[in-house]
Write a protein that binds this ligand. Sequence first.
Ligand SMILES: Cc1ncc(COP(=O)(O)O)c(C=O)c1O
Length: 445
Amino acid sequence: MSVDVERGRMTSAEIVRQNREHTFFSWSVQGAIDPIAIDHAEGVWLFTPEGRRILDFNSQLMSVNIGHGDRRVIDAITEQATKLQFVQPAFATEVRGRLGAKLAEIMPGDLDKVFFTLGGAEAVENALKLARHYTGRYKVLARYRAYHGATMGAMTLTGDPRRWANEPGLVGVVRYPDTHRWGEKEPRPVEESLQGLEDVIRYEGPHTIAAIFLETIVGTNGILIPPDGYLQGVREICDRYGILMVADEVMAGFGRTGKWFAVENWGVVPDLMTMAKGLTSSYLPLGAVAMRHHIAEKFESMMFYGGLTYSSHPVSLAASLATIRVYEEDGLVERAARLGPVMRQHHEQLAARHPSVGTHRNIGLFGILDLVRRHEPYTPLTPFNGTSDEMKAVGRFLRENGLYTMISNNSIHTNPPLCISEAELATGFEIIDRALEIADRAVEG
Ligand SMILES: Cc1ncc(COP(=O)(O)O)c(C=O)c1O
């Protein structure tokens, strides 16, 4: 039977069946998946083929920061695709220069040059290469509670359990202590975390270490916001030992925290900074690694051994330029800053009403609720890297009641597009409010 490749009107059931039969899904036991079919999306809303509305409370993968269906970006993509679809990356294009200059303008400090990739993991891979080439050293330090992508190098840097099945990875990746221990409510004292990092540097030998990688704010491992002084301390240690500081802003960048980049919340300028996701608001695939001036300078006379057929793809770059214009025209970065306290108030109200809320965190519109079985001693509602019947029931409730978000371990993420209205934000938290009644029934003591 021939396959009809024309766009037709398929039902959700037909779409899911064909997707499942012939395509492979990420991070899944293929037989256990149950995807929702989406036909189109607008603002903070996803629509199924049957017209059911779902509130996107996670901006997909914390990435559709400007919201869905923005005509300004769609038109820019169309215009660029009409004019020039592709030239290989050795050519120069207007859109490439303009985006490079725009990024140099909005990035902190003297980060003023970028290498374009297709997504976050490749940005991390190339940061790793740049750091090794620049320093001539090969070791890199990374943390356990971290996700840096699913390519082999980025997977080795990733400390969370997604790494296990992909080991062994790169040689030379060494772990240093996290700011937050799993299952604890508060972060470690800053001095203790920094001392732990310095111990690792001493034992490994500073002259062998090219870079220290970190997510400025840890994303999928729990929106772990570093305590004040931590990032400044890492910066100081890097300077003292001549080690490059690499901030992974793939998730935390582009307005999510109420600043263009999360490092700005602590006045820190990393040597290399990775980005993706919000760079195009996911309208097209694009990532980048940015470098400070002195690093770029060294490559003026030194070969860079790295490249990608689709580096600097003109249509993705046009999507990015238009996306940045949307952040600016609509004041979305400022909007995230303004809505941060509104989200915190919702979190606080839920914590006051529901014994299952153990703690909550947010910075701008980057937020999370951690659910517990007990407050004393503090006991998460799930084991590490696991789930529980109650957590699954909470997830089912949200799905059946029209709210999409990320649930990982014992946490409910609250990361809507930055264009969300206060009324839409309240709608999302009202659905979560009802879901938490399920979790409350599991609370002991
Ligand atoms: C902090 C961070 N770095 C890197 C990545 C990998 O990005 P990509 O999936 O675009 O390769 C992600 C993806 O979630 C991320 O959150």
